[in-house]
Design a protein around this ligand. Structure first.
Ligand code: ZN
Length: 153
C-alpha cells in the first residue's frame, strides 16, 4: 500500500466501543455519514446503524472498506469490536468458515499477497504437501498473521 496514512493523534481519546469510535474517526476526517457511505459503498442506513451501536462488530471486508475510507489501520476498529462468541453464533461461524475457505483456495491457487481476515496485516502463506487418509498426495493451505494470533491450519 503506497498511500501513507495520517495518524490519529494520540491525544484523541478513542471511544471504547465500535459505534463511538466510528463516529469519532469519521468526524475527525471531516466526513458526513453520507461521505462515509459513498466512500465505503455501505448504505447510509448501515452507517447510521453502526454508529448507533446496532452492530457491534464488522466482517473482514466491511472493516477493510471502513478503515480504508477513514484512513486508519483496520486494527483500530478491530480492537473496539465486541464479538459474540463464535460457537454461540451460527451466522458468524458460517461466515468464518466461508472466509477461511476462500483464503485456503486463494493460497492453493498461488496467491501470496493476502491479508489477515482478523486485522488486515500481511499473511505469511504456504502450502504443505502431505497425504490424505487414503494415502493420496494432498496439499494443505497454511497461513499465519505477522501481527495478530490469526492462523490458518
Ligand atoms: Zn492479523
Amino acid at each position: 500500500m503506497s498511500r501513507t496514512r495520517r495518524q490519529i493523534p494520540s491525544e484523541i481519546n478513542l471511544a471504547q466501543n465500535l459505534a463511538g469510535r466510528l463516529k469519532q474517526l469519521r468526524e475527525y476526517r471531516n466526513m458526513t455519514e453520507l461521505d462515509l457511505s459513498r466512500a465505503t459503498r455501505l448504505s447510509r442506513q448501515r452507517i447510521e446503524d453502526l454508529e448507533a451501536g446496532v452492530e457491534t462488530w464488522l466482517s473482514a471486508s466491511d472493516r477493510q472498506v471502513l478503515s480504508r475510507a477513514l484512513n486508519i489501520e483496520p486494527a483500530v476498529l478491530l480492537e473496539s469490536e465486541l464479538r459474540p462468541d463464535s460457537g454461540a453464533h451460527p451466522v458468524y461461524a458460517e461466515q468464518e468458515r466461508f472466509v477461511l475457505g476462500e483464503l485456503g483456495e486463494s493460497i492453493l491457487a498461488g496467491s501470496r499477497d493476502l491479508v489477515c481476515p482478523a486485522c488486515g496485516s500481511g499473511l505469511r502463506c504456504s502450502i504443505q504437501k502431505g497425504f490424505d487418509i487414503q494415502g493420496r498426495p494432498s496439499c494443505l493451505p497454511k497461513a499465519f498473521c505477522q501481527k495478530c494470533p490469526f492462523i490458518l491450519k
